[in-house]
Design a protein around this ligand. Structure first.
Ligand SMILES: NC(=O)c1ccc[n+]([C@@H]2O[C@H](COP(=O)([O-])OP(=O)(O)OC[C@H]3O[C@@H](n4cnc5c(N)ncnc54)[C@H](OP(=O)(O)O)[C@@H]3O)[C@@H](O)[C@H]2O)c1
Length: 339
């Protein structure tokens, strides 16, 4: 499946991860059909300015719940990168409407569209949250790999809707592949940091901004798995191009607790107030996840410090780290305290 000249579709193209996927694909000579919900300059301007975009990027307006619009974007494509899923920065008021519908029905729509267009392979972006949350039948201290699934019913019982949506949609995507013969592979990224191409701050970058600026919300001393957005894009292209890639792929190389991450940020950026040590609430650390399966097909990643430096520089340039200690209240996205 290697090689430029092919046409591929990227869903949610204007988002944080998808924008880097579009950039990488265009740089490798692919023609890209990018779907966005809104054709505004905020969602598409940064894509149109990418190298090779003028000739090789077509933008389609498509909501995940609109099968016909999605199918129109996938026609003529050999591959699909299904990236779009809501990643809300605020609490949900209607989980079915705001999360489960777009994530689950949306994924099914994309897969059906891919089948009708005779697509060769679909790379579906799942998440670490489908791997690491209270997995059933997984020994406590055992390193988590692709056989490990988060406990969907536990997540539902605590109304943690983002993980519920990611678990169900990844299960459904893999099952759809098995039932229909469509070649579906999934990727499970950890917490994604890195420079942003889009002009607005996405939910996971708010994590880093909050740690540096400080604010009123307590955070859990979770064992985080961090990965650079550029390395996620590389992994996704590899998963598309390497024929033997199959099933799930954890993409979560840097393991660090919230407390250790805070110490690292304080040592790198002593001029920022950072969150208070006391606002980090203790919790048990389960065994980490391994990204070995991805590494075995040739994936490598940059060091965590480089990712942090590049993220902070990007935020500084865009003014997202202004108003430290000022009137603008900085909040920790609730979703990130639920996982
Ligand atoms: N960031 C992370 O740490 C991380 C980690 C693991 C997995 N992921 C997964 O990676 C993917 C991208 O996340 P991201 O961090 O790049 O977040 P993001 O920037 O918020 O991107 C999400 C994208 O999904 C689109 N979208 C949401 N609802 C939609 C709908 N109903 N119809 C069509 N498009 C819709 C958004 O479009 P609008 O801009 O119009 O809202 C946006 O383009 C998601 O599947 C997420 O679950 C992210």
């Amino acid at each position: 499946m290697a090689g430029g000249g092919a046409t591929v579709c990227v869903t949610g193209a204007g988002g944080f991860i998808a924008s880097w996927v579009v950039k990488l694909l265009l740089s490798r000579g692919y023609t890209v059909h990018g779907t966005v919900r809104h054709l505004s300059d905020e969602k598409t301007g940064h894509l149109k300015r990418l190298e090779n975009a003028a000739g090789n990027l077509r933008i389609f307006k498509a909501d995940l719940l609109d099968y016909d619009a999605m199918a129109a974007a996938v026609v003529g494509c050999q591959g699909v990168f299904h990236v779009a899923t809501p990643v809300p920065s605020e609490d949900l008021t209607d989980p079915e409407l705001q999360m489960l519908g777009p994530a689950v029905t949306g994924t099914t729509n994309v897969l059906k569209a891919a089948s009708s267009a005779n697509v060769q392979r679909v790379v579906v972006v799942s998440s670490m949250v489908a791997v690491e949350i209270s997995p059933k039948d997984w020994p406590e201290g055992k390193v988590r790999d692709e056989r490990c699934w988060s406990d969907r019913e536990f997540c539902r019982s605590i109304e943690s809707w983002y993980p519920v949506a990611k678990i169900i949609s990844e299960e459904a995507a893999l099952a759809y592949g098995q039932q229909t013969g469509l070649d579906v592979v999934t990727i499970n990224p950890g917490l994604v940091f890195g420079p942003m191409l889009q002009p607005t701050v996405n939910t996971t970058i708010q994590f880093l901004i909050y740690f540096l600026k400080g604010g009123p919300d307590p955070v859990k001393n979770k064992l985080w798995h961090i990965v650079d957005v550029r390395d996620v894009a590389d992994a996704m292209l590899l998963l598309y191009e390497v024929p033997e890639a199959t099933g799930r792929h954890i993409c979560a190389p840097h393991v660090i607790s919230a407390r250790d991450l805070l110490d690292l940020l304080k040592s790198m950026y002593p001029d920022y107030p950072c969150i208070a040590n006391e606002s980090i609430l203790d919790r048990d650390h389960p065994a980490p996840m391994t990204s070995d399966k991805l590494k075995k097909i040739g994936w490598s990643c940059r060091p965590l410090e480089e990712t942090i430096v590049d993220t902070v520089e990007c935020c500084l340039r865009a003014g997202f780290l202004d108003h430290v200690g000022g009137e603008t209240s900085c909040r920790f996205p609730p979703l990130l305290n639920q996982i």
